[in-house]
Design a binder for this molecule. Sequence first.
Ligand code: FES
Ligand code: FES
Length: 157
Amino acid sequence: MRLNVTVNGRAEAVDDVWEGESLLYVLRERLGLPGSKNACEQGECGSCTVYLDGVPVCACLVAAGQAEGRAVRTVEGLAEGDRLDPVQEAFVEAGAVQCGFCTPGLLVQAHDLIERNPRPSDAEIREALAGNLCRCTGYEKILDAVRLAAARKAGAA
Ligand code: FES
Ligand code: FES
């Protein structure tokens, strides 16, 4: 089947999509967007998190056909041109990236949190990121990064 989907603001038409194919597969293998990671393919780790019509979802659990006519925003779409989103900058500055496998999903999830709740408490940050697993960092630096990004965005607003 042909899939028509808008990805990071660009209309895409993807041919020969198989009914069982996931949105994650389409993004990574057909559209050349490897930012969203495939770590578990079972909805357990959050490394494949993308926005679907503005709501974070695990792209590995979304059938490609479910994205028909809809808008997807991936980690590649968070930056504005060469300018990183403040959440991305904060992850780098806080040292919240080690192997990086969890990072794209965490960035999308943290970006969504701060958009919805510009001054999240630590408990709210933990709750928002509860579905995103990281095997490397122990999470403290990730919390630091989200606090930093939220403070910066609040300061800039
Ligand atoms: S790869 Fe989708 S949740 Fe792990
Ligand atoms: S930095 Fe390696 S899994 Fe999070």
